[in-house]
Ligand binder design. Structure first.
Ligand SMILES: [Zn+2]
Length: 367
């Protein structure tokens, strides 16, 4: 487990709110702020640069990250199918590309899968073909350098806690809504991974017995109702039924319902399309119901909700907050957790993987 006390003692920034703990900064990017890439950057910022890579079901995002969580360079690729060898080749390509302009101290990989306790082996990945895959060993052999592998949702949560919407929270639960649902917990500065390393798989709590089939092998998992994939599936159904309310959706995809994705629906909802807003609202209600279950089990002070679907903002979070309040155990007689939007957007995973790679080397220093 990684504790905040292992974290480098970063300098307090000007204008940073007090009481957030050492090394916690107020924002990922400060307008006009000095980053390691600036010519006037102090020496401590030019050291400790890390590459973070976030491997999702559809995208591989990579970046060079400094000790304050600033991204100095960023690039991305489509996930190259499910073949583990192809995924490793893309990771190697990205590390080579990003290493050319910077002095890199460590490399961190956030992978969508269940890690063993050593973070060396991906036990299982619902969306990729990893099955007991020695990912860290394979990558260290290819890259000829030390590599840290962590679960992608753990990486995103770490970044939100260190640099984003979860700063200062002693009991934080992060939910990442994308292809599925990623989950992670940081309790008293500790990334809580459970007895076997696979805690936080909240997306696979069964919400609907005999419900929609899930890639994990079960039916009715939460992520089948409250993810970007769920939003896309519901919208495709609506469009395939030739509902008159789905006209804008169908126009967006040239009349082919199979091209409708969660991202298309989210964008149209943000533009004000009533049917897409209803679909996002439905997903938000499922989200809130699951958060109420998690509050009963874990009692966090804050939920941070991010991932691609998080782009819907309050269109998603307002119905989630209402469903959360409506279903909270002991409601009216207990304090309720806050439900907040993530602050780091699609970059949380790579920023967190980079930061964790620095700390896991055991000699993270700022100067
Ligand atoms: Zn499942």
């Amino acid at each position: 487990m990684i504790r905040q006390t292992d974290a480098p003692a970063l300098p307090r920034l000007r204008n940073q709110p007090r009481g957030l703990g050492p090394g916690v900064r107020a924002a990922r990017r400060r307008p006009g702020g000095v980053t390691a890439g600036s010519p006037d950057a102090p020496p401590f910022l030019r050291r400790g640069l890390a590459i973070g890579i976030d491997i999702g079901g559809t995208k591989v995002a990579a970046g060079v990250v400094d000790i304050r969580g600033n991204i100095l360079a960023e690039t991305r690729r489509d996930t190259p199918g499910r073949d583990p060898r192809h995924v490793e080749a893309v990771i190697a390509e990205l590390v080579t590309e990003l290493s050319s302009g910077y002095r890199i101290r460590s490399v961190g990989i956030g992978a969508a899968g269940w890690m063993d306790l050593t973070n060396g082996t991906v036990l299982f990945s619902p969306h990729l073909a990893w099955r007991n895959e020695p990912l860290r060993e394979n990558l260290e052999r290819i890259l000829r350098r030390r590599v840290t592998v962590v679960n992608d949702a753990d990486a995103a949560a770490w970044a939100e806690w260190r640099f984003g919407a979860g700063q200062g929270e002693s009991r934080l639960v992060c939910i990442t809504l994308g292809t599925g649902i990623g989950g992670a917990m940081i309790m008293d500065g500790v990334l809580e991974r459970g007895r076997f390393g696979v805690a936080g798989e909240f997306g696979h709590q069964i919400m609907v017995p005999q419900g929609h089939r899930c890639e994990c092998g079960n039916r009715g998992c939460w992520e089948q109702y409250a993810s970007g994939n769920a939003l896309g599936r519901e919208a495709r159904e609506l469009a395939t039924a030739n509902s008159p309310v789905a006209q804008a959706l169908l126009r967006e995809v040239d009349g082919d319902p199979q091209l409708i994705t969660g991202a298309v629906v989210t964008q149209l909802a943000l533009e004000g399309d009533p049917a897409c807003r209803e679909l996002v609202d439905d997903v938000g209600q499922w989200l809130g119901l699951g958060l109420a279950n998690l509050a009963a089990a874990l009692d966090p002070g804050t939920f941070v909700v991010g991932g691609g679907l998080g782009a819907a903002g309050d269109l998603l979070l307002d119905p989630a907050r209402r469903a959360f309040a409506r279903n909270l155990t002991g409601r009216g007689f207990r304090p309720a957790a806050r439900v907040e939007a993530a602050a780091l957007g699609p970059f949380a995973g790579l920023v967190g993987a980079a930061d964790l790679s620095r700390l896991s080397r055991g000699r993270a220093r700022t100067n």
